[in-house]
Design a protein around this ligand. Structure first.
Ligand code: C2E
Ligand code: MG
Ligand code: MG
Length: 562
């Protein structure tokens, strides 16, 4: 007995002995170390067993039931030390009975497991919450959505799921840096939390994608109100690094269970609605409607078809002549892609290039156009048209799809074409999406000796200060100005300004979309000497273009002369 007493004295586990009424009769030093209570505080009293985080009743009742049934209880709970500090314990309590089965004593063994609990909680937090904003992450969000959906099915109420996508986040991240980007996301999270009730969940799925689960919405009106509140909150300027930044949000909303039978479909529908909101312009929200599904279905089909278009030889490149007004000859051609779809016929690039850009297919498609064009350049040079250059449209997405200088020079090398006979066209707005990235990329390409043009000039920012930064040779005046210049004085003076500016920057000017004699004369008077448009020729198939080269000059010398 004495040995046992010595062991109990020395052990690091807290030990408490109580009588049959659970009145404390003895404790060991470890008990005092862990709980802060010494013998004077507690002997003779009934200890207060309360889970400081859950309230006492359930734990207490459960404990006594277990001791009555099995003479023993083991469990974990949070408690408070004498100094008020919270701590976690693992306790095991046994009853000690005499020969007649009457309870004599209770013995409790108590371990301090606060540290382990805290680690567990940290791990649980990391697994379920976004470390930057502290909002639920994708995994917790999906759990909560499942729970909310289950509840909704039982109660006949509705939930609203909102997909919130920030409109200009990438742009800010790229120009002001990642710290500013993080700061922005934090502020966005705060503003969004302020727009919803406590029962609703705001989560961050990653990047600039946020979601809101709204519980118990019975009216569309209420959802609308919250969507408007979020849009308004996010359209207020943000203060980042002493700068003011303006972003916007696009929101897609789907309502469960009326829009979807399960959470997967609900998510998918909210995403479709968000996509529709983005398309409709910034700072808008859209509720899911079934026709979005059909549209998405059609898109998906087209995407699938486009994936196989290269292998199935359905992509073609047409060439539209560019005429030099000084010599009256075809000095260049623009390569324009076409898709001969087995069911839809000839599909315009306006329809499928954006899709190719979104899906990443622009990578292989762009490479195909480049290779096809180089093969043609070589063939036409071999046929005697030594100075002909071909200009190929580039999408800035190809930068991210890995169209590197190595790939370009390999293509030039394999097809035996020198870089000076190749030109690239890129639109202003595409360059502005990632200014620094574009400048570096275009400088590298330019280093190969390839010419660079700005396409659709005048429709974007048209900023002179940026123009100087890009290593370009040529401006292509957008066809909308050419179209309007003969009857709209503003457009005419804009074209005039562009040609004058280009001359001072030593850039060549190509006017595209020239359809009439009148436009031609006007442009010539302004000193614009390269012309492309239906007035001379539509884009042609390679063999038609070749025939045109053979009789080059004949018909349009007359036309040019009038
Ligand atoms: P873009 O580069 O500005 O090409 C000029 C567009 O104007 C072509 O349309 C051409 O057929 C059309 N066009 C030419 N002359 C006239 C005219 O006198 N009047 C009118 N109204 N239109 C004229 P297309 O071939 O439908 O191409 C549309 C756009 O698709 C192109 O605009 C270009 O941005 C893009 N695109 C075409 N091929 C490719 C490609 O291989 N890669 C990439 N990334 N984009 C391409
Ligand atoms: Mg072009
Ligand atoms: Mg153009």
């Amino acid at each position: 007995m004495r040995l046992a007493a010595r062991v109990i004295e020395a052990t690091s586990e807290a030990v408490l002995i109580a009588d049959h009424e659970f009145r404390v009769t003895a404790i060991n030093p470890a008990f005092t170390t862990i709980t802060g209570y010494d013998a004077d505080d507690i002997v003779g009293k009934i200890p207060h067993l309360e889970d400081s985080r859950a309230g006492d009743d359930p734990l207490y009742a459960q404990m006594w039931r277990a001791i009555e049934d099995h003479d023993q209880w083991e469990g974990e709970f949070w408690n408070r030390r004498k100094n008020g500090e919270e701590y976690a314990v693992r306790a095991s309590i046994s009853s000690i009975k005499d020969e007649d089965g009457k309870i004599q004593r209770y013995a409790a063994l108590i371990n301090d497991i606060t540290e382990r609990k805290q680690t567990d909680e940290r791990i649980r937090f990391q697994a379920n919450y976004d470390s930057l904003t502290g909002l639920p992450n994708r995994s917790l969000f999906l759990d909560q959505l499942d729970q909310a959906f289950d509840r909704v099915k039982r109660t006949n109420k509705k939930i609203a799921l909102m997909f919130v996508d920030l409109d200009r986040f990438k742009w800010i991240n790229d120009t002001l840096g990642h710290d500013a980007g993080d700061d922005l996301l934090l502020q966005v999270a705060d503003r969004m939390k302020n727009c919803v009730r406590r029962v609703d969940t705001v989560a961050r799925l990653g990047g600039d994608e946020f979601t809101i689960i709204m519980q118990d919405v019975d009216e569309e009106k209420h959802t609308r109100l919250v969507a408007e509140k979020v849009i308004e909150a996010l359209s207020e300027p943000f203060r980042l690094k002493d700068k003011e930044a303006n972003i916007g949000a696009s929101i897609g909303i789907s309502i469960g269970p009326s829009d979807a039978e399960n959470t997967t479909t609900l998510l998918c529908n909210a995403d479709l609605a968000m996509y529709a909101a983005k398309k409709a312009g910034r700072n808008t929200y859209k509720f899911f409607t079934p026709d979005m599904n059909e549209e998405a279905q059609a898109r998906l089909e087209m995407e699938n078809d486009l994936r196989h278009a290269i292998d199935r030889d359905e992509l073609l490149v047409y060439y539209q002549p560019i005429v030099d007004l000084k010599t009256g000859r075809v000095s260049a051609a623009e390569a324009l892609i076409r898709w001969r779809h087995p069911k839809r016929g000839l599909v315009s690039p306006v329809e499928f290039i954006p899709l190719a850009e979104e899906t990443g297919l622009i990578g292989p498609i762009g490479e195909f156009v480049l290779i096809a064009s180089c093969v043609r350049i070589k063939a036409w040079h071999d046929a005697g048209h030594k100075d002909l250059t071909v200009s190929v449209n580039l999408s800035s997405r190809q930068l991210r799809q890995g169209l590197s200088t190595e790939v370009i020079s390999e293509i030039l090398d394999f097809t035996n074409v020198s870089a000076e006979h190749l030109a690239f066209e890129i639109t202003e707005s595409q360059m502005m999406e990632d200014i620094q990235g574009s400048i570096e990329w275009l400088n590298e390409i330019k280093g190969l000796g390839v010419r660079l043009s700005i396409d659709d000039f005048g429709t974007g920012y048209s900023s002179l200060s940026y123009l100087r930064k890009f290593p370009i040779d040529t401006l292509k005046i957008d066809k909308s100005f050419v179209h309007d210049m003969t009857f709209n004085a503003d457009d005419a003076s804009l074209v005039e300004a562009i040609t004058a500016m280009a001359r001072s920057l030593k850039l060549r000017v190509i006017a595209e979309g020239v359809e009439t004699r009148e436009q031609l004369d006007h442009l010539r008077a302004l000193g614009c000497d390269l012309i492309q448009g239906y007035y001379f020729s539509k884009p042609l198939q390679p063999d038609e273009f070749e025939r045109l080269l053979e009789r080059d000059g004949e018909d349009w010398c007359e036309r040019l002369a009038g």
